[in-house]
Every structure is written in C-alpha cells, then in structure tokens.
Design a protein around this ligand. Structure first.
Ligand SMILES: Nc1nc2c(ncn2[C@@H]2O[C@H](COP(=O)(O)OP(=O)(O)OP(=O)(O)O)[C@@H](O)[C@H]2O)c(=O)[nH]1
Length: 266
C-alpha cells in the first residue's frame, strides 16, 4: 500500500472514531431528552386530573414531576451506554466469527471462502491497479511427504508454503488455501510490481528446503504453479480456471521431480 493510501486510511479511521465518539454523546443526549419529555408528559396526564382544582395542587404535582425528570435523567444515559457497549460486543463477536469462518486454521491465510471474498473486494481495495496476476500453486508429491515423514511434517510444509506465498504477494493482493495442498493467489498493481511479485513467488515457493520439526530430516519441497494475467474480457474466476489448466500442464512436466529427504528420494 502506498504511503498516501496509508495516510488516507489513517485519516478515515480517525474520522470514524471522532464520529463514533460524538455520535455516542448525541445519542445519550437525545435519549435522555426524549425520556424526560415523555416521562413528564405521562406524569402530567396522570396526575393533573387528580390534583386539578384541589387545594395545594402545585405542591401535589411537584414530587411526581421531580421524579419524572430525575429518574429518566439518570436511567436513560446509563441504559444507552449499556446498550452501546452490548452492540460493540456484538459487533466484535460478529467480526471474530467472520474471521474464523474465512481463515484457514492450519496456515493462517484465508480459506477458500475468505479467498473468494477478497477477490470480490479487489476493485475497492486496489482501485488504481492496471494488471492482475491470478494463480494456483500445488505442492508436488505431497502425499509422499505425509506418508514418509508423517502428517505433522506435512502440516509444517503447508504452513511454510503459505508463509512464503504470503510474504511474496505481500499486501499487493490476496492468498488463500483452496484445499489440501493447493493455494490460490492474486497479485494486482502496476505491470512492473506484478512482474516482480511473480518472480518472487516463483523464487520463494517453487523449490525450497525446510527442516522437519522434531526430526533430524530436512526436506526439499517442489511446487507447481499455474499463473496467468487476467484478460480485460474475463472475470478473475475465469482467469483462475485458466490458471488451473496451466497448473495441470506444469504438474505433468514436474512429475519427474521427487521430494528428497536428506538426499534420499522418498
Ligand atoms: N499434512 C496434511 N496433509 C493434508 C492436509 N490436507 C490434505 N492433505 C493431504 O494432502 C494430500 C494431497 O494429495 P494429492 O492431491 O494426491 O497431491 P500430491 O500427492 O501432491 O499429488 P500431485 O499433486 O499429483 O503431485 C492427501 O494425501 C491429503 O491427505 C492437511 O491439512 N495436512
């Protein structure tokens, strides 16, 4: 994100906070005034006929009227504040639930749902982008890694792959785990930026060695990537389908490659 964009976001957030703060004060005043007026009106409607015409009706009305002003003046702001706090809690809970529903638990990147939601927001999040790279990345012979070194090693490999992909894409698009050992990514921005990120993704993710946790093994992982530049006349989903076809073409040619564990083919 450019510095200017970051400044805009910061300003936007500060304005929102200011608005929320003033909105809260406004709401408290409005609710209090409305409560007092309603309460006085009801008291007058009920008490006036009781005391009207009788001697000392002014003194008779004084206490109910005082209560009609004091009670809502204390209760209305308190009730409004409690209600606002509850609404904020609810908002936070909804946010947390949304985050859970759109995040992949293992790798921490977006899950399939989160990835497609981010794709829908790309035009809003990156209004100045001119180029869009859409891709799918799939680990080669991942089942073999699971079978030979165990599921925990497979999990560690997926976490590392997701971390590398996310760090290569940075904030210039979105990354998501589509399922199993398959990840989707979109990079958007200027032509040069997208080309640079594409090289970075290949460099970081196509082939890398990692230590297997709680084992003396290090493992070399290979991934196949299908990536295409989105055409003007196609949607991102259509570009993804094209990337998927390219991935399987690449995969076939990568079949020769093997996962190597400490120099030994597994
Ligand atoms: N460790 C681990 N394995 C997973 C997870 N999700 C899916 N898998 C495994 O990933 C493997 C994917 O297998 P395949 O789709 O055949 O992929 P592959 O072995 O890489 O085969 P190619 O893509 O053809 O090279 C399966 O064995 C799944 O059990 C997970 O969260 N953790």
């Amino acid at each position: 994100m450019s510095e200017k964009r970051q400044q805009h976001k910061l300003l936007e957030r500060q304005l929102m906070r200011l608005y929320q703060h003033h909105g809260l004060i406004g709401a408290v005043i409005l609710v209090t005034v409305c409560s007092v007026v309603t309460s006085v009106a009801i008291t007058m409607a009920v008490c006036w006929p009781l005391y009207a015409g009788s001697e000392g009706y002014v003194q008779g009305l004084a206490i109910p009227l005082l209560l009609a002003i004091v009670v809502p003046s204390i209760c209305a702001p308190a009730a409004t504040l409690v209600l606002v706090c509850l609404m904020q809690r609810l908002e936070e809970a909804v946010e947390a639930a949304t985050r859970l529903a759109t995040t992949d638990v293992l790798t921490g990147v977006a899950n399939r749902r989160g990835f497609f939601q981010s794709i829908e927001r790309l035009d809003i999040d990156f209004p100045d982008a001119t180029t869009c790279l859409v891709g799918i990345l799939d680990c080669d012979r991942f089942k073999q890694l699971n079978d030979s070194l165990g599921h925990a090693a497979g999990d560690a490999a997926l976490i590392e792959l997701a971390r590398r992909l996310q760090s290569a894409v940075e904030r210039h698009g979105c990354v998501g785990r589509l399922g199993g050992d398959e990840f989707g990514f979109v990079v958007t921005g200027s032509d040069t930026l997208v080309r640079n990120r594409e090289c970075e993704i290949e460099e970081q993710c196509q082939r890398f060695t990692m230590d297997v946790p709680e084992s003396k093994h290090s493992v070399m992982l290979h991934s196949s990537i299908g990536a295409v530049m989105q055409n003007q006349e196609e949607t991102i989903e259509q570009a993804l389908a094209r990337a998927d076809r390219q991935l399987y073409a690449t995969k076939s040619s990568n079949r020769e490659q093997s996962v190597r564990v400490a120099g030994r083919v597994v």
